[in-house]
Every structure is written in structure tokens, then in C-alpha cells.
Write a protein that binds this ligand. Structure first.
Ligand SMILES: O=c1nc[nH]c2c1ncn2[C@H]1C[C@H](O)[C@@H](COP(=O)(O)OP(=O)(O)OP(=O)(O)O)O1
Ligand SMILES: [Mg+2]
Length: 199
């Protein structure tokens, strides 16, 4: 049995403003006060894990220990089929220290040159850690394909080149509420809510 969340306050253990915004939106229906790791001055831990789950867990533990509050971390990325799952857990690192996703998307497009399979998926692992060391982890994915050139500025990261299956628009173009209903983050979040937040 998963541990239920019974506290009033939660740290969003992310330094990515796009994610903090999306996770804040997803948590809005639940009466929990949220604060981000950045707001609390918590450092960004080194992401030494080899899986999304391991990195989500280490980020959540780091913020829970630093704050004494439960903490929710997200480790996510774009897995491109023809690139054997790259950039995967290295999705943020492909954007370099200046977090330039125009550059990161260009790198993906260059790596895809000459390949016909443009399918990809976004993966999201969410880890909820309590200060006593207990952790719950959930994973979600969304399938789609990659367009070029990138389109739209409503999302973040690789959103402008990702078109979810069955959609004409990219995640950069669609309404954020629709992304929240269908994304990898939403899929992981539904499991988290089912296991930890529902009465
Ligand atoms: O919905 C998404 N739409 C577009 N791009 C996305 C999405 N979800 C993850 N991504 C890409 C960009 C992000 O930078 C990287 C995750 O890397 P990841 O280490 O998990 O996050 P991060 O370093 O940006 O922030 P933090 O670790 O503080 O939570 O994958
Ligand atoms: Mg990161």
C-alpha cells in the first residue's frame, strides 16, 4: 500500500520554471500549499542516476531532507526511437548550461538526418519523498512524433517539436490545459493521485 499524503505543505523539488508551473497546475485541485525548491534556496543536486526513476528519487529525497517537508520531484525527458532513446535522461543536459532548447532541438533534428522513423515519447517519473525517508515513485509516458521546424511557444523544453499521437498541433501550440490532460506528466500524476491523494 502506498503511503497517503496527509500534510498541508509540499515542496516542488524542481528548478525548472516550466515544470514548477505545470506541477502547480496539476496540484491546484488538492488543498495543499506548494513552494518550490528554488523559493526555499535549496540547491540542485547532481543527477547521477541512470534512470528517470532514480533521478526523480534523488531529487525528491534531497529537497525533503533539506526542507523537513514532503517533496515532489519530476525527472523527465524525450526518448527518440531512432536514437535508441536519446536524449532520454540527458534531455536537460543536451540544452547545455544556458538551457538553450532551440539548440537541443537542433541537435535532435541533426541526429535524425536520413532516418524515416520520427516517433518519440516523453517520459516522466514523479517521486514523492517524506523527510523520514519514505518514497513513492510513479511513471507516465506519451507517444508522438517529431516535427521540423519547431512550432509554438506555449510549453517549454522540447514541446515545440513534439506532436502527441492523433494531434495536428505540437505541445508548443496546444492549450496548456489540454497538455495537462494528456501528457506524460499527467499520466504519472494520475497514478500519484490515485495512490497517495485520494480519500
Ligand atoms: O513536458 C515536457 N515538455 C518539453 N520538454 C520536456 C518536458 N518534460 C521534460 N522535458 C525535457 C526538458 C527538460 O529540461 C528535460 C528534463 O530534465 P530534468 O532533469 O528532468 O529537469 P530539469 O533539469 O529541467 O529540472 P529539474 O531537474 O530541476 O526538475 O526534459
Ligand atoms: Mg534536472
Amino acid at each position: 500500500m502506498a503511503r497517503r499524503f496527509a500534510e498541508k505543505k509540499l515542496v516542488i523539488a524542481s528548478h525548472n520554471p516550466g515544470k514548477v508551473r505545470e506541477i502547480g497546475d496539476l496540484l491546484r485541485p488538492f488543498s495543499v500549499e506548494v513552494v518550490s525548491a528554488g523559493d526555499l534556496g535549496i540547491s540542485e543536486p547532481e543527477e547521477t542516476g541512470m534512470t528517470f526513476r532514480a533521478n526523480a528519487e534523488l531529487k525528491a529525497r534531497h529537497s525533503a531532507e533539506a526542507s523537513g517537508l514532503p517533496a515532489l520531484a519530476d525527472d523527465s525527458g524525450l526518448a527518440v526511437t531512432a536514437l535508441n532513446g536519446d536524449p532520454g535522461i540527458y534531455s536537460a543536459r543536451w540544452a547545455g548550461p544556458s538551457k538553450d532548447f532551440g539548440h537541443a532541438m537542433q541537435k535532435v533534428e541533426e541526429a535524425l538526418a536520413g532516418k524515416t522513423d520520427r516517433s518519440a515519447r516523453f517520459v516522466c517519473a514523479l517521486a514523492l519523498a517524506w523527510p523520514d525517508g519514505h518514497v513513492e515513485i510513479f511513471e507516465g509516458t506519451v507517444a508522438g512524433d517529431l516535427v521540423w521546424p519547431p512550432r509554438g511557444d506555449k510549453g517549454f523544453g522540447y514541446d515545440p517539436m513534439f506532436r502527441p499521437a492523433g494531434e495536428a498541433l505540437t505541445y508548443g501550440e496546444i492549450d496548456p490545459d489540454e497538455k495537462h490532460a494528456t501528457s506524460h506528466r499527467a499520466a504519472a500524476f494520475r497514478q500519484l493521485v490515485e495512490a497517495c491523494f485520494k480519500d
